[in-house]
Design a binder for this molecule. Structure first.
Ligand SMILES: NC(=O)c1ccc[n+]([C@@H]2O[C@H](COP(=O)([O-])OP(=O)(O)OC[C@H]3O[C@@H](n4cnc5c(N)ncnc54)[C@H](OP(=O)(O)O)[C@@H]3O)[C@@H](O)[C@H]2O)c1
Length: 384
């Protein structure tokens, strides 16, 4: 029997994976490693997240088919649970994805993954270990097209420590755990859901709305950005888990050149969805033009509250990523038979309409955990 150990099931992508996996593969046994003060709390946390992706009753029924192991990848004794001995496949998505907490990112992403890999060595039936990386392991100075075969670049300059720790983790898995059946799966930017919009999470979507409000796009106006919806990401991850043979050991879960969201298409989609907002004549923000970003931000949102200051700092990081204008090749994924994702312009209507009534600032507030440097920005608003 296929027994999948899923880490990160209380997160954005992990929740989508669990919802899709339970629905599409009733034959799979799901074991989720969940943090919590005890079994009841871990159960409630998982149920709450699952309910973002399905009706509450369906989630209550579905969770009965999940084995919950209360644990933490940074606490190796919690990985000793004997139920993990039966695992045949691992999908490791747990990570500290925040943009500022360097030491914590290293402890969770590198050391936590090492602890899990050590435990995986003692899973006698293990046939596949999917490691959830990120396409941004290429660092802050990538070639225009990053290939799935390109190795991680821990020594490169990185815009945020998070991506460096993910690159270090991949290199560590390749060098120290070459005996494990590890496959790297690297999403680009995951935002929204094709039908549920932002109900599961506003993660990063507020940034697209804010960029539209500021009429400011990063990089060339003729360019675009590689972004994919969470439900497509989940389908591909489950597909990669269960496909009997895989030809490669690393894949981009990306839009690639064919399905990149161009700024022109995004502008047109915003105009269609929000005609009262007027025509979208975006200007282009080139790297380092922080004054322009700040001035437009101040006009649109003000800069007098802690939330606004934190949001401006977060936008700076995302504009730095976007000005790279990088594309993530996905030929390997296509060769495996997976369908390409839609562009963000295609599913923008769902993201803007669900949930209804949330302001951009509300959506940023939902995503605030990503930006641990809020207290820093509070004490130093000028640096924002
Ligand atoms: N979202 C994206 O755009 C994107 C893009 C590229 C790559 N990725 C990668 O995809 C994966 C999932 O991302 P996401 O956006 O779903 O992240 P997320 O929403 O922040 O979820 C992170 C998950 O990791 C769990 N976790 C954190 N520390 C843990 C620990 N010490 N022990 C056990 N579990 C722990 C969290 O559990 P708690 O609920 O207990 O905190 C949560 O379930 C990550 O590896 C990320 O690097 C994401």
């Amino acid at each position: 029997m296929t027994t999948v150990l899923l880490t990160g099931a209380t997160g954005f992508i992990g929740g989508a994976v669990l919802a899709h996996g339970l629905d599409s593969h009733p034959d799979i046994r799901w074991v989720c490693l969940v943090r919590g003060s005890g079994a009841a709390q871990a159960h409630d946390r998982l149920l709450e997240n699952l309910s973002r992706f399905m009706e509450a009753d369906a989630a209550r029924r579905a969770i009965q088919r999940v084995e919950i192991v209360v644990g933490d990848i940074t606490a190796p004794p919690s990985l000793e649970d004997r139920r993990l001995d039966a695992v045949t496949h691992i999908l490791h998505l747990a990570a500290d994805t925040s943009f500022r907490a360097e030491e914590h990112c290293r402890r969770v992403n590198v050391e936590g993954t090492r602890a899990l890999a050590e435990r995986a060595r003692r899973m006698p039936h293990l046939s596949r270990f999917l490691y959830g990386g990120t396409a941004m392991i290429c660092g802050g100075n990538p070639p225009p097209l990053v290939r799935e075969s390109d190795p991680p670049a821990p020594a490169a300059e990185h815009i945020v420590p998070y991506t460096r720790t993910k690159a270090t983790t991949e290199a560590m898995l390749r060098h120290e755990f070459a005996d494990l059946p590890v496959i790297m799966v690297r999403p680009s930017i995951v935002t929204g859901h094709r039908t549920l919009g932002c109900i599961p999470s506003s993660s990063i979507f507020w940034m697209f709305r804010a960029g539209d409000r500021l009429r400011l796009v990063a990089g060339e106006l003729s360019g675009g950005i590689d972004v994919v919806p969470v439900d497509w990401t989940a389908e591909v991850l489950v597909g990669l888990l269960v496909k009997p043979e895989l030809a490669y050991d690393s894949y981009h879960l990306s839009a690639g050149m064919r399905k990149r969201t161009t700024w022109g298409d995004l502008a047109a989609a915003f105009e269609r969805c929000d005609p009262q907002g007027g025509s979208r004549n975006y200007s282009n923000f080139s790297a380092g033009d922080w004054r322009l970003l700040r001035a437009r931000f101040q006009m649109a949102f003000g800069l007098n509250g802690p939330l606004q200051i934190a949001m401006l700092r977060a936008m700076r990081s995302y504009y730095q990523f976007s000005t790279l204008g990088v594309a993530f090749d996905n030929d390997r994924l296509v060769t495996e038979g997976f369908a390409l994702p839609p562009t963000l312009a295609d599913y923008l209507p769902a993201c803007l309409s669900a949930p209804s009534g949330l302001s951009i600032i509300d959506q940023f507030a939902d995503d605030l955990g990503m930006f641990d440097g809020v207290s820093e920005s509070l004490s130093n608003p000028v640096a924002a």
